[in-house]
Design a protein around this ligand. Structure first.
Ligand code: PEP
Ligand code: MN
Length: 351
């Protein structure tokens, strides 16, 4: 349920309404929008009469029921205002959101060694990325495949962060690793295979770093938004949704089917920012550039692309990785599309 306060409601009145609703056993969550303040009420609201709430204050404009099963993730919960996920990086705050410049994340599937991660970081930064991605802990289908270098790779990510000024996005597979990973990462990634690992979602929701939640390979959009709801309900409002392809019947030519239609669908359902990952979505580097372009024009807030200095030698996901020159070219090619969508980033003035 949400309580929409009238424009210009004094703060003391908002506090009074909040206190009153708290005596009813509810925990109102204050959401400050551009024009209005909204109080979100989640919990045992089924029996509540909206008219009784309206009587609390003349400053209440309306009381609306959120019909979706995902409450905090729903667009209604923020009264149709997109949320912004602000990430502090060494080069300043980067904002993921619908009314903000396109955010670009690039890097290898796994962090292999210091030289390759630093080289990749510097190249993708020079091409225009804001984040370096790279796995220290890798969720591999086979236990015999390279599993990531684990903790030692976190140190390499920290070095790449320092050398390049990029923010770091890396995957968390297991709850006990969260605190150590959060010391290095600016955004914690929950991978497709862990999208419904509910204990991990609850634990990651109790820490404060923003979370990139990948869509499970067989997850419906409702499943995905309910997974986001776990993180939001645990107290972390900073969730970015990442589409990375779903499994369908034809895997002969593409690894997955990149569901770009999720972009307009999510826009109707949720306020959360969206990222598209065509590398895992298609599985082949040849197909990545066109899908990046399509995602931008479909209105994504950010993209994730795998880039490796020598994809043929990559320890994981080489076939879907661009090399740095290909990434440079892609960044040039998307410029007019980014401009078309009004998503350009103003150059930072270095004095
Ligand atoms: C990755 O980002 O390298 C990864 C393993 O992604 P996903 O969870 O989408 O397969
Ligand atoms: Mn990968």
């Amino acid at each position: 349920m949400i309580v929409v306060m009238k424009v210009g409601t004094p703060q003391v009145e908002i506090d009074r309404v909040t206190a009153e609703l708290s005596t009813w056993g509810l925990s109102p969550e204050k959401i400050v929008g551009k024009h209005k303040v909204v109080l979100g009420l989640v919990g045992e609201t089924q029996e509540l009469d909206p008219y009784r709430i309206e009587e609390i204050s003349p400053w209440i404009e309306s009381v609306l029921r959120v019909e979706r099963p995902f409450k905090r993730a729903s667009l209604e919960y923020r009264h149709n205002e997109p949320s912004e996920v602000v990430v502090n990086t060494p080069s300043g705050d980067i904002i993921f959101g619908q009314n903000h410049p396109l955010v670009i994340t690039a890097g290898p599937c796994s962090v292999e060694n210091e030289e390759m991660i630093i080289e990749t970081a510097l190249r993708v930064k020079a091409a225009g990325a804001q984040f370096l991605r790279g796995g220290a802990y890798k969720p591999r289908t086979s236990p015999y495949s390279f599993q990531g270098h684990g903790e030692s790779a976190l140190e390499l990510l920290a070095a790449a962060r320092q050398a390049s000024g990029l923010g770091i996005i890396t995957e968390v597979m297991d709850s006990p690793d969260i605190d150590r990973i959060a010391e290095v990462a600016d955004v914690l990634q929950v991978g497709a295979r862990n999208m419904q690992n509910f204990s991990l979602l609850k634990r990651i929701g109790r820490q404060s770093k923003p979370v990139l939640l990948k869509r499970g390979m067989a997850a419906t959009i409702d499943d995905w938004l309910m997974a986001a709801e776990y993180i939001l309900a645990a107290g972390n409002p900073n969730v970015i949704l990442c589409e990375r392809g779903i499994r369908t019947f034809d895997s002969k030519y593409t690894r997955n089917t990149l569901d770009l239609s999720c972009i307009p669908v999510l826009r109707k359902l949720t306020h959360l920012p969206i990222m598209i990952d065509p590398s895992h979505g298609t599985g082949w580097s040849d197909f990545v550039p066109s899908m990046v372009k399509a995602a931008i024009v479909a209105g994504t807030d950010s993209i994730m692309v795998e880039v490796h200095p020598n994809p043929k030698k990559a320890l994981s996901d080489g076939p879907q990785s661009l090399n740095p020159d290909q990434f440079d070219q892609l960044m040039q090619e998307i410029k007019p599309l980014v401009q078309l969508m009004g998503r350009e980033r103003q150059p930072v003035l270095v004095r």
